[in-house]
Every structure is written in structure tokens, then in C-alpha cells.
Design a protein around this ligand. Structure first.
Ligand code: GTP
Ligand code: MG
Length: 379
């Protein structure tokens, strides 16, 4: 390839020079106006410079190449073969990316359309998605969004504020254990196997006896497993709290008599499988014979929504209870807590956040729950 610079007084004149010498298909690499050097140049018309290129044949003639229109800059330089394929590859990947973005947008719009069909206004769909991503069940999320929308239509507050208000109502006021010295309370722990009943009971026993200096007694009705009695015995010995062991629900009357001077007596029960009617009867007997002041249904945050639904249904035989959640440290979101609150209608009490006794338990904090349930989750 030969590259040559041509100068003329006009564009036409200069291009003619190029054509004459390099052929009509010569490649124009650059064009610009130039001034002659020196002070005189300032008073003269500028000259036109054209840089052109053409393939040089072996005979010394120029082989015509593609013409770049006049005025085009060297951006128009034809890419070499490998450059061209790189440019093509880049373009292909950009087109693929745009395709992906379009797909996402289309499916986002589709989701919005679907939700709109299900009775959620398009502008509220993002909030619905946030709740669902935080594992609030779809049905509950939809109901909450609709309640917030109704509130929003009737008030001047913005939608997010209304949503927070509705969520707060559903989270409710936590009801931790209130103990007054001299007014003994009997507190029974129930729940499925392995959720952390005994550990949570031990945590609260330690808080009330060691930190709050209350008189605490322990009773276990879990004699199904020898290890279960031993587990509570160890905690009782460490905390120097008396422990009574029941072999039948009727023995609780006598055991409570032994603990009559206590401010609070915690009663542990064996884990109940969902349809164990005999065990339900025993639990009811314990509750009524002990005149239990409070019952805590212990649930693990690890449980699926359908699992929680089954458990809550299976405890509908209880006259009343509070919800105590464990293993929050192992769970990915707080949605399950809202779901259980919603379907059971029972108040929250404590949330356990680890295995350490007594540190890993806290009174459920509605503000913390709210901000976690409304947290935007990156996908
Ligand atoms: N990560 C985590 N583990 C916990 C928590 N609470 C209890 N655990 C653990 O869960 C396991 C079972 O705890 P338990 O207190 O024995 O459970 P349980 O409900 O009494 O079990 P059963 O009496 O067999 O029905 C133990 O290894 C505990 O250390 C918690 O909040 N987080
Ligand atoms: Mg236990």
C-alpha cells in the first residue's frame, strides 16, 4: 500500500489530483485545511490537504481500493482481517448482552402484568417482589400489599409508609416473659423435635436466675430420651437451679408444690411429631394441671413455609401460646417469622440466634424485623 499527501487550493482540485494519480477508488485517509507557514499565511486562503492510499501493483500502478467519502476521518480506516473479527466478536457479545437485558425487561414486564392480573397494581409490584424475595409467602405478601394500597388510597401518606404500617401491625408487639417476684409463673415449652426447646428454656432460665436474680425452677416432662433429661440436668447443675423430672403429666402438681417458692418455673416437654394425638393429650394435661401461665411454641427459622403451616395447624389444640423462633443464625431471611405470625395470629416473644447459652437469645425487635423483611435482595 502506498500513502501519499496531496495539496490543492480547493477540494475539487485536490481530489482530482488524487484520482489522477491513485485512481477513482483511492482510499482517503484524512482531509484538512492547512495554512501556509509565516505571517503571510494568515492573509491567504487556506489550502486543502488530502492524505490518500492505494494498493501498489507489482508494476508500480495503484490498485483501486474502496473510497471513503470526503470529510470522513481516519475512523473510517478499514480494519485488518483480525481486527475485523475482533470487532465482530465484540459486536456479537454486545448484541447478546442487549438480548439478555431485553429478556430481563420482558420477563419483568411479564411479572408485572401477571401480578396486575392477580390484583396487585403495577406500581406496587416491586414491593411485592421484595417481600416474596424475603420469603414472605406469596398469598400473605399479596394480602399485605392490598391492605397497604387501601390505606394509601384513603390517606395522604406515601405507599411505602403505608406498607410499613401494615407490616408493623402484622409483626405486632412482642410479648416477652414478664416476671414479678413472689408471683410465680409457670411457663411451658412445646414444639417439634430438635427445634431448640431445651436450649431456649436454658437460655431464659439463665437470664432470669443469673442476670435478673429471680428464683427459678426447672421441670422436665421429656423422659422419652435419657439424653434429654441429662441435657437439662447439666444446665440445672451449672446454674444451681433445682430440677424435677416427671414420668407422667399428673406428677406436675407435686413438682410444682416443690417449686412453690419460685418466681418462675420453666417446664420442658418432648418434641412432638405432627399427628401424635397421645402426646397432644399429655401436653394439654400438663398445661391444665400446672395452670400454665404461658406456653411458648418453639419454631425453627429453618423450617419451610409449608412446614410451619403444618406445625401451626397441628398445635391448634393449644388454648393459647406465644411464638419463639430459634436458629435465626442459620436462616436466610425473616419472612418465615412474619408468615407464622400471620397464620397463627399469636404474639412473638423471643428470637434465638445461636447455640450459646444464655447469650444467643433476644426479645423479638419489630423494627429489626421490618427492615429485614423490606430489605432489597440482590439477585
Ligand atoms: N444454630 C442454632 N442452633 C440452635 C439454636 N437453638 C438450639 N440450637 C441447637 O439445636 C439442637 C437441638 O436443640 P435442643 O434444645 O436439644 O432442641 P429440642 O427442641 O429440645 O430437641 P428435642 O428435645 O429433641 O425435641 C442443639 O444442637 C442446639 O444447640 C439456635 O438458635 N441456633
Ligand atoms: Mg429438648
Amino acid at each position: 500500500m502506498k500513502v501519499k499527501r496531496y495539496i490543492g487550493h480547493t477540494v475539487q482540485e485536490t481530489m482530482q489530483k488524487v484520482k489522477d494519480e491513485m485512481g477513482k477508488d483511492a482510499l482517503i485517509l484524512n482531509t484538512r485545511k492547512i495554512r501556509q507557514k509565516g505571517i503571510i499565511g494568515w492573509f491567504k486562503r487556506p489550502l486543502i490537504e488530502v492524505v490518500a492510499a492505494a494498493d501498489e501493483s507489482s508494476e508500480g500502478n495503484f490498485t483501486p481500493r474502496r473510497i471513503v467519502p470526503f470529510g470522513a476521518t481516519n475512523y473510517a480506516l478499514p480494519a485488518r482481517q483480525d481486527d475485523t473479527s475482533r470487532v465482530l466478536e465484540k459486536l456479537e457479545s454486545q448484541i447478546a448482552n442487549m438480548g439478555e437485558i431485553l429478556n430481563k425487561l420482558t420477563s419483568g414486564f411479564k411479572a408485572m402484568e401477571d401480578r396486575a392480573e392477580q390484583g396487585i397494581k403495577r406500581e406496587y409490584v416491586p414491593y411485592y417482589e421484595v417481600l416474596v424475595k424475603n420469603e414472605v409467602s406469596e398469598t400473605i405478601a399479596k394480602d399485605i400489599i392490598q391492605k397497604a394500597a387501601l390505606l394509601h388510597e384513603r390517606s395522604s401518606a406515601d405507599f411505602e409508609r403505608c406498607l410499613r404500617q401494615v407490616l408493623m401491625e402484622h409483626i405486632g408487639h412482642p410479648q416477652p416473659l414478664e416476671i414479678s417476684p413472689g408471683r410465680r409463673k409457670v411457663v411451658v415449652f412445646v414444639g417439634p423435635t430438635g427445634v431448640g426447646k431445651t436450649t431456649s428454656l436454658a437460655k431464659l432460665a439463665a437470664i432470669f436466675s443469673i442476670q435478673k436474680q429471680m428464683k427459678v425452677g426447672l421441670i422436665t416432662a421429656d423422659t422419652y430420651r435419657i439424653a434429654a433429661v441429662d441435657q437439662l440436668k447439666i444446665y440445672a447443675e451449672i446454674m444451681e437451679i433445682p430440677l424435677s423430672i416427671l414420668y407422667s403429666p399428673r406428677e406436675i402438681v407435686e413438682a410444682l408444690e416443690e417449686h412453690r417458692d419460685k418466681d418462675v418455673v420453666f417446664v420442658d416437654t418432648a418434641g412432638k411429631s405432627i399427628k401424635d394425638r397421645a402426646q397432644e393429650k399429655e401436653i394439654l394435661e400438663l398445661i391444665s394441671l400446672s395452670k400454665a401461665d404461658e406456653v411458648y411454641l418453639v419454631l425453627s427459622c429453618n423450617t419451610s413455609y409449608s412446614g410451619c403451616l403444618n406445625i401451626i395447624n397441628s398445635y391448634s389444640f393449644l388454648p393459647g401460646y406465644k411464638l419463639l423462633f430459634t436458629k435465626m443464625d442459620e436462616a436466610s431471611s425473616y419472612g418465615i417469622i412474619l408468615n407464622c405470625r400471620y397464620i397463627s395470629g399469636k404474639p412473638l416473644s423471643y428470637i434465638a440466634t445461636g447455640q450459646s447459652v444464655p447469650d444467643d437469645i433476644e426479645v423479638a425487635d419489630p423494627n429489626k424485623l421490618l427492615s429485614c423483611i423490606m430489605k432489597r435482595v440482590e439477585v
